[in-house]
Design a protein around this ligand. Structure first.
Ligand SMILES: *Cc1c(COP(=O)(O)O)cnc(C)c1O
Length: 475
């Protein structure tokens, strides 16, 4: 007897309505209870994962039971990235308008990788990319694409730079990054075919920004050794501390040295929307390529990065390979075939999840939200600075800072343990989740305020919990 489920590959309109409405019935209580949920669950998930391993289902199952399984078993134990108390790593977004856009995009399932297959939907995505270029001040004629995230965008950037600047035998090429660069840039270089040693790590200064003098020396030493410096990667908002490399100076140097100038602004780039951060990010508009992560400072759900390029022709030259069964690509530079400028052929309709919220809310809404994050960061900074024995290790450039406790009479090694204990005790009540990092060889706590759900009340809780945790570990 086949299982008596009402489902088939083509659900009726009534059934579809029921599927969506029951999913919403689970989502709403989840979302409404976010402020009371723990900001992070730190137990090892191994036991949970093993208990969820399951055989391939040969026949269908009851939808309500599956929703129970999802919402009660699979979902809860996790870093609660949707929580207003999540201030770990670089928080992601998850605005719900994008979830609705994804539902529409998946339901109509247009083939957006080839212009002729879905010219309207493609144009909406092209619009989004142009808006991003405008917002960070790149010149008219710039373009690019949306990717799954910052890592993929950095990878495409490195490959494009390699194809533009180096001969086919490219192994003599050298890449310059700061010692604070995101590891995905090194990974991108390795995936692009370079031995890791071709990535030169330039030391950073006391504010964790790339130092220009040692960079110049490295470039000149590499040229003397017969190598070919071709790519300079600046970070605009590092993941560790939010540091911004000297973008103007590096732009000048890249120009003089004929290097491709790539700015990894995955975290920091969208802060250019705010008046306050615009001057700090000056120089980003001079890049040959820029990475922005809309799933960070544009509050979109995970799965959304972007690469913006001054000369979109470079993307085409790096990626355009086709074959007889493909429809012809567009000649007019205004009309984009995403498959001709990226490694992907078939892909989801990524544009809509940015287009719908941006059109519905306007950039002003996002600007105001980023301004709020900057205010909250200033508030948190003042409160943390006022705590006894606390040193700010990295002042905020954007919405992130690092700090540690250094009471007198504690040895250096014990200080690391003490700070780790302080962080663990702060996280224990579950109202916030902070993570740490290593700076100057020492453990430091970080607060990164980037969730669209984080407001003043939650920052006050973070301060309270840091204070009581400090009292607890200092006895
Ligand atoms: C997050 C981040 C990345 C990586 O982006 P993903 O979207 O996680 O792949 C790269 N660079 C910086 C500066 C980042 O903050």
């Amino acid at each position: 007897m086949p299982a008596m489920t009402p489902d088939s590959l083509e659900p009726s309109s009534e059934r579809l309505r029921e599927l969506v409405s029951k999913a919403l019935d689970r989502l709403l209580p989840f979302l409404e209870s976010l402020p009371e949920q723990r900001a992070g669950d730190f137990e090892s998930g191994a036991e949970l994962a093993r208990s969820l391993a399951e055989p391939a289902p040969e026949s269908g199952m009851d939808y309500d039971e599956l929703l129970d399984h999802l919402f009660e078993r699979a979902l809860p134990q996790a870093y609660n990235t949707a929580s207003p108390g999540y201030m770990a790593f670089i928080p992601g977004g998850g605005i719900l308008h994008s979830a609705v856009a994804d539902l529409i995009a998946d339901a109509v399932n247009r083939y957006v990788t080839v212009f002729v297959a879905a010219p309207g939907m493609v144009q909406l995505e092209v619009n989004v990319v142009r808006w991003f270029c405008e917002q960070i001040g790149m010149p008219q004629g710039s373009g690019g694409l949306l990717t799954t995230g910052g890592s993929m965008a950095n990878f495409i950037g490195v490959v494009t730079a390699r194809r533009e600047k180096l001969p086919e035998n490219f192994l003599g090429g050298t890449i310059y990054v700061s010692d604070q660069v995101h590891h995905c840039v090194t990974k991108a270089a390795v995936l692009a075919g370079f031995p890791p040693a071709r990535v030169r790590r330039v030391p950073s200064d006391d504010r964790f920004r790339m130092r220009v003098e040692p960079l110049k020396e490295m470039i000149s030493a590499d040229r003397s050794a017969g190598l070919t410096p071709f790519l300079l990667v600046a970070s605009s908002g590092t993941t560790n501390t939010g540091a911004i490399d000297p973008l103007m100076e590096l732009a000048d140097l890249a120009q003089r040295e004929n290097l491709w100038y790539h700015v990894d602004a995955a975290y920091g780039g969208f802060f250019r929307l705010t008046e306050r951060c615009r001057p700090k990010l000056e120089g980003i508009e001079r890049a040959d390529s820029v990475v922005l992560d809309p799933h960070k400072a544009l509050f979109l759900p995970y799965g959304m990065g972007s690469l913006l390029v001054r000369d979109p022709g470079a993307l085409g030259r790096a990626h355009s390979v086709t074959s007889d069964y493909m429809p012809p690509y567009q000649e007019d530079p205004d009309l984009v075939d995403f498959c001709a400028i990226s490694p992907e052929l078939s892909r989801g309709n990524r544009g809509l999840r940015a287009w719908l919220p941006l059109k519905l809310l306007g950039f002003e809404t996002f600007r105001a939200a980023l301004d709020e994050k900057l205010d909250l960061t200033a508030f948190a900074l003042a409160a943390v600075r006022a705590m006894e024995h606390v040193r700010i290790v990295a002042e905020p450039e954007l919405s992130l800072f690092a700090f540690r406790m250094e009471p007198p009479g504690v040895t250096d090694e014990d200080l690391d343990d003490l700070n780790q204990a302080w962080m663990d005790a702060t996280n224990r009540p579950g109202r916030v989740m902070l993570t740490g990092t290593s700076l100057e060889g020492r453990f430091a706590l970080r607060i990164c305020i980037l969730s669209f759900r984080t407001h003043l009340d939650r920052i006050e809780m973070a301060i309270e919990d840091l204070r009581s945790a400090a009292a607890e570990v200092l006895v």
